[in-house]
Design a protein around this ligand. Structure first.
Ligand code: ATP
Length: 804
């Protein structure tokens, strides 16, 4: 995946949704049913919120589209999807409550509060849903220079509020006034509109009105249009607004608004509360001094001054930080061993290293030491084992995803002089867990980007360096905060993209992909019980025998880890939950046995077919093995020739090293044409080599033997042996050199149904990494030069003349 260096703004998951709007400062409730068209939204909510302990602190973007735009989005490719959503206006929201229900059919209920308008800058597909980068679109109202529409609005709004008030209890009406006072004036149209039953198009006009003059005018038009719908004689009576007032449900929710201070009057109790907190908090001297200074400054600023809010937010953040709150460690290596074994199958090497680490640190009575970094494909349990470490130590856990971060301010905060400045993610995380010694997982450190906004890896170095991190300065906070008691753990998918200076500080520990047998064990022991519990099912409700788990793994997933498998098991559990909920009426609930027929009924026909033999049945194609950040995978190489002038064309998003391998292969063949009796006139023939799946970037020298085999296959008109996959680097003189990632490649080959793997002789020693169960299912052949490659790839059907 590549990132544009010039993408600014924050990133958050996005719910792209047809004709549903939540306005800033409004409450909204959204019901998401499990259905064909809601798969992406459901996965988003499950992964980003339901399965994440930190969901309360996350931002969701709700992006409303018209029916027309939505259809266009659904039916187009990624490029066109981007055109549909980029530059659109949406709302950033905070989810207040999330309910998963299975009655009458499975659905999520999401209760949320709109925070502000945003403009989408760019769209990114992450697995099965989308994320957007966005900018805030919050122009402020200049109170000294009000546009005309705002003045007109003030009169209309007063009428409106007065009439609403008569229909409300005195308590609710007080709350309403508090809410209005607490809302910045530029958001008044949104606030009042949230009390009206509005059409989608009216709401959309209002949402998309960034310019304030226009926004106020739109509200006035909407309000007046609503008023005209009411018969004249009723209009003058006080109950007019009731007829247009939305049935708002729980009016008490309005209380939640009142967390902001009044923009027109400086509430005295805000100051005294802050002072009380300052006195009660056990702040170190330098933080106390900074807080006192800020408090003095705040007392002097009028509350309608924009500076007031900036200063108040800063002070609240400073006081919220857990300067002296920490949890007590319980480092007990025996217990840690049991805890890790209790939720994680296998992973012996990793567990051993973690226990050693804990043992050493407990002897030193200090958890400072090398920074552990777990390396492996997605879904192999890197995050969940880090969480288990936190649990066994009795520490709080916080995860920070760094994928695609290109701005050092994400780590170290913005200086307060910036409008909308925020603290960095490290301190935000520490604030959210409420203690200063959590385990912080820095996820996807290998996907940090260097952007125009500074180098985030440099900032991270400071965070991780034990020499420096006791006096870490976040630009927003402006004073030092001691990070030395935080236990940092990093995860990466691949090592070569970790910024080099950072790699130096990390102790890399490999977490490899799983074999089919290991996956069955993980599913039977952990994933199935976990999902049953999550869906409110008992073991007597659903039986998944291990041969059915095998079918799920082989036919419905293709991954190195077990994340997709867990998702498929969750789908099965949901389907069974529905059956049980429906069956309850006549009270007979039998154990549901998941056999192959039931699997197909619930999950549909097999997703992955083993079609390799068919793909390589024609001359000119060969199957290679590649190592990617998702684990090992098979990779096809296709070659064709045409009349021309001896040109070589390479397609399929290749890196330079891979292009060089192709050139090497071709040159070796040119110099050995005669001895293999290959039909080719280089000066009048063009050769085209293509690597399918052009969207995925490919590089490295290990495809050399595969490219060579595919070309020989084309020129000799002989198909390559079916069920054979290969890897190895070639040299111009015909040698085959060893390559890396053998274990992942072999696991990938096995997943794809390959029966025979050809690899360089020098890689023979890598076989010890491969589980015994796999060694008996795959035949390994070793080669040290190109003639041997050709001999094995064609099973003796292509031979050099000299050996005839
Ligand atoms: N060995 C294992 N035993 C039990 N459960 C496992 C094991 N490995 C993975 N899992 C489960 O698989 C799921 C996915 O794991 P997790 O999210 O930790 O993967 P990850 O390696 O961190 O992936 P990513 O790199 O995408 O963040 C979790 O529910 C985890 O508990």
């Amino acid at each position: 995946m590549s990132f544009n260096l010039f993408q600014f703004g924050e990133e958050a998951p996005v719910l792209i949704i047809k004709e549903f709007i939540i306005l800033p400062v409004a409450f909204g409730r959204l019901t998401l049913n499990y259905g064909k068209n809601t798969g992406e939204s459901i996965t988003l909510i499950e992964k980003e919120f339901w399965n994440d302990d930190n969901w309360m602190n996350k931002i969701l973007i709700v992006l409303p589209l018209t029916a027309d735009e939505f259809d266009r989005f659904q039916t187009s490719d990624m490029k066109k999807k981007r055109l549909v959503v980029e530059n659109q206006i949406g709302t950033s929201v905070k989810i207040n409550k999330l309910l998963a229900r299975s009655n009458p059919k499975p659905h999520f209920q999401i209760f949320m509060t709109g925070l502000g308008r945003i403009r989408v800058k760019s769209l990114r597909h992450v697995g099965e849903y989308y994320k957007v980068r966005y900018n805030h679109e919050d122009p402020k109202l200049d109170v000294n220079n009000l546009p005309n529409s705002v003045k007109q609005f003030q009169t209309e709004a007063q009428k409106f509020i007065k009439s609403i008030r008569t229909t409300l209890s005195s308590r609710t009406s007080r709350q309403l006034y508090t809410t209005i006072r607490a809302t910045p004036p530029e958001l008044y149209p949104d606030l009042l509109a949230s009390f009206l039953e509005l059409d989608f198009s009216d709401k959309l006009d209002l949402l998309r009105a960034i310019e304030l003059e226009k926004r106020f005018q739109i509200f006035i038009n909407i309000y007046q249009k609503k008023a005209q719908l009411i018969p004249h004689e009723k209009r003058s009576t006080d109950n007019f607004p009731l007829t247009v007032l939305r049935k708002y449900g729980n009016f008490d929710d309005i209380d939640n608004f009142s967390r902001q201070p009044s923009p027109t009057k400086q509430p005295r109790d805000v100051m005294s509360k802050l002072r009380d907190r300052l006195e009660a908090g056990n702040l170190p001297p330098h933080a106390r001094e900074a807080a006192e200074m800020e408090l003095l400054k705040l007392e002097k600023i009028q509350s309608h001054n924009p500076e007031y809010h900036v200063s108040l937010r800063y002070l609240e953040f400073l006081l919220d930080l857990p300067w002296s709150k920490s949890t007590k460690d319980s480092v007990d290596v025996k217990k840690a061993r049991l805890d890790l074994d209790a939720d994680h199958y296998g992973m012996d090497k990793l567990k051993k290293r973690i226990l050693e680490y804990l043992a050493v640190q407990s002897l030193k009575n200090d958890l400072r030491g090398p920074i552990l970094c777990f390396v492996g494909p997605p879904g192999v349990g890197k995050t969940s084992i880090a969480k288990a470490i936190a649990d066994t130590l009795g520490r709080k856990f916080h995860r920070i995803s760094l994928g695609g971060v290109a701005d050092q301010a994400e780590i170290r905060g913005h200086r307060r002089t910036y409008i909308g400045s925020l603290p960095g993610r490290i301190l935000q995380g520490i604030k959210s867990v409420g203690v200063n010694n959590p385990v912080i997982l820095l996820d996807e450190v290998d996907k940090l980007n260097r952007g125009v906004q500074g180098d985030p890896a440099g900032a991270l170095l400071e965070v991780l360096d034990p020499e420096q991190n006791h006096s870490f300065v976040d630009h927003y906070l402006g004073i030092t905060f001691d990070l030395s008691t935080v236990l940092f753990i990093c995860t990466v998918n691949m090592t070569h993209t970790i910024p080099p200076a950072l790699r130096d500080r990390l102790e890399l520990i490999e977490v490899p992909g799983y074999t089919q047998e290991e996956k069955v064990e993980i599913a039977q022991r952990y994933l199935i019980p976990k999902q049953l519990k999550k869906h409110g099912l008992e073991t007597q409700h659903l039986n998944i025998p291990s041969n059915s788990t095998q079918i799920l793994i082989a036919n419905y997933t293709r991954e190195a880890g077990v994340r997709e498998l867990e998702r498929q098991i969750a789908t099965v559990c949901r389907a069974v939950a529905v059956r049980i909920a429906e069956a309850r009426v006549d009270e007979s609930v039998e154990t549901f046995n998941l056999d192959s027929v039931a699997i197909e009924e619930i999950l549909g026909p097999t997703i992955f077919e083993h079609d390799i033999a068919e793909r390589v049945s024609r001359p000119g194609t060969a199957t290679g093995l590649a190592w990617t950040s998702f684990g090992g995978e098979i990779l096809f190489v296709e070659v064709s020739k045409m009349n021309g002038s001896g040109k070589l064309t390479l397609t399929g998003n290749l890196g330079d090293v891979m292009k060089e391998s192709a050139q090497l292969a071709l040159n070796w063949i040119k110099s050995n044409l005669a001895s293999y009796r290959l039909e080719w006139e280089p000066s009048t023939t063009d050769i085209h080599i293509h690597f399918p799946a052009g969207a995925v970037g490919k590089d490295g020298p290990s495809a050399g033997v595969t490219i060579l085999t595919a070309i020989v296959s084309l020129l000799s008109k002989q198909p390559v042996e079916p069920d054979l996959a290969m890897t190895g680097e070639i040299t111009l003189r015909g040698m085959v050199l060893p390559v890396g990632g053998i274990k992942e490649k072999v696991l990938g080959a096995h997943r794809a149904g390959i029966k025979k793997v050809m690899m360089p002789s020098k890689n023979r020693k890598s076989l010890f990494e491969i589980p015994k169960s796999l060694q008996s299912q795959i035949q390994f052949v070793f080669v040290s030069n190109i003639p041997e490659v050709i001999q094995i790839a064609f099973n003796g059907r292509v031979k050099p003349i000299s050996k005839l």
